[in-house]
Design a protein around this ligand. Structure first.
Ligand code: SAM
Length: 198
């Protein structure tokens, strides 16, 4: 199991300081004043980017060193975020609270994943937007990052089942050229989802 606190202990940003590419491509859906939740935001690159667009950001991660660096990155960019350290498996998820949730490379064991995805959906306001990218099970063939345990990896069917109650706008498996720091670089297999709360 990865020790995220240790992974984020250095000065450098493990996944870089730029937002995830798929999230950045959704820029046209994101508007100042939206309330955003970024679960498992690591060192805050995605939450901080959303805050620079004027969104009101609540970012949560289990790693204390990641949360501290998210706050530092927010200071560096001159924005404010609410950065919370919490275990999202036991977190008291707010309900109907957010306009957008960005879940980027949040990989969970299958024993908890459906419940956490259901919590994400319930945390959205009606019409709220979920943007999710995660590694596909085919990522096991590549060396460009991600968990090496198939139980932590996704398929379109897994997401279709987890988000059966959502209105799915985009759901696809993609082969991409990942370029997000040394930790995420090279050919990669991901699943990408855009969905709205009904
Ligand atoms: C691959 S990293 C992705 C970080 C960030 N989303 C990004 O794209 O830069 C996965 C993150 O999930 C967090 N995480 C995993 N399980 C968690 C849990 N139960 N509660 C909170 N955070 C968790 C880890 O601490 C880690 O920061």
């Amino acid at each position: 199991m990865v020790n995220w606190d240790l992974r984020y202990a250095g000065e450098d940003y493990f996944y870089g300081e730029e937002p995830n590419q798929f999230l950045a491509e959704q820029r046209h859906r994101l508007h100042a004043g939206m309330r955003a939740l970024v679960p498992a935001d690591g060192e805050g690159r995605n939450g901080v980017w959303l805050a620079t667009l004027g969104l009101d950001v609540h970012t949560v991660d289990g790693a204390a060193s990641g949360v501290a660096k998210a706050r530092k990155l927010a200071d560096q960019e001159g924005v404010e975020i609410l950065a919370e350290q919490a275990d999202l498996f036991t977190w008291d998820w707010p309900q109907s609270a957010y306009d957008v949730i960005a879940s980027i490379f949040f990989h969970m064991p299958s024993a908890v994943r459906p419940r956490i995805h259901a919590n994400m959906l319930k945390a959205l306001k009606p019409g709220g937007l979920l943007i999710l990218e995660a590694f596909h099970q085919e990522q096991l063939r590549f060396r460009s990052g991600g968990p090496k345990d198939v139980d932590l990896l996704y398929t379109e069917d897994i997401l279709r089942t987890d988000f059966v109650d959502a209105r799915i706008q985009q759901l696809e498996k993609c082969r991409i050229a990942l370029d997000e720091s040394d930790a995420h670089r090279g050919e990669a297999a991901v699943v990408r989802l855009v969905a709205t709360q009904r």
